[in-house]
Ligand binder design. Sequence first.
Ligand code: NAD
Length: 352
Amino acid sequence: MLSSFTWQALPTRVVFGRGTSAALPAEVDRLGGRRVLVHSTPEQAALAERVTQLLGERAAGVFTGATMHTPVDVTARALDVVKANRIDAVVAVGGGSTTGLGKAIALRTDLPQIVLPTTYAGSEMTPILGETQDGRKVTRRDAKIQPEVVIYDVDLTLSLPPAMSALSAFNAIAHAAEALYAPDRNPIVSLMAEEGVRAVVEALPQLQAAPDDADMRASLLYGAWLCACCLATTTMGLHHKLCHTLGGMFDLPHAQTHAIVLPYALAYNAPNIADALASLERAMGADDAVQVLLRLESGCGIPLALRDIGMPHAGIAQAVEQAIANPYANPRPVEADALTDLLERAWSGAGV
Ligand code: NAD
């Protein structure tokens, strides 16, 4: 019998397709924006400039200082630009780091946000913000953080290098995988999770050979959007908590950490997530989700071990201690010995 559930739809308006950046001026007008700030990372300053030109006289400022982990001092500098230019709407163009800055501005000002994502990280669909101050990352949820409009323009993802694209795509799969066994999962989220993983996994093998293939990129972006909806509406478990712990403790790169840990976290939970694994296997068209993930990852030319992205071996005990100290919902109890084994394997890339 179907269990009882609660479903809360997301309020974000989504525009999806190729060349959809052209819809930006009309979307700004819908929100009543007259003085818009466009922001990006320094690496994507030229793209921010192009977006600014699209806005014409609606553009009132550019800030190209967005950086990983949303440091509060960067937000303070961006807020000075918001104030000095009497900004009434913000447009983020970039990956999760850029989206994070727009969310941090919106949290403090309640200005409307439009996001043009250029990776598959999925932050644009969530009311979640992680900010860093004095080396500590604090995550919160707030309705003000949720972007009003997301414009998915497939063309903006074509420049994301294949390895970074793959890492980001595994980050997306992780959202869907954990949503399938979340305590607050529901049939709608499970549909989105399964379809999201299907679309991403179908596209991934073509990424290395033809990174410019727009159909493949559309499939990745569509899948990533669905996976992001899963992240936004359910409670994540061991995988996300562990990545958060490792990222914070050892300053590990976000997408790389997710890609490496995911197969190991799923294998850890495997005895208690038969339905979720069956769903992932349907989505992948295969009969062992964990092994398929490991195989896909090794075909993408990305790091496969935590030691290769800067985690010290001596950090395993420390990470286990911290991961056990803060209890959270997970289908299998999080125990020190089993978690140590998981991290030893993920650290050396031993496989499962
Ligand atoms: P990122 O935004 O840090 O981007 C990585 C690099 O790639 C940057 O230099 C960026 O400028 C560049 N880049 C992005 N798109 C590009 C493109 N199309 N072409 C060329 N270069 C491009 O990486 P990310 O993985 O998207 O985001 C990671 C951050 O997002 C982390 O801080 C993470 O915590 C956060 N995040 C938050 C949520 C949430 O819901 N709050 C969800 C996922 C990720």
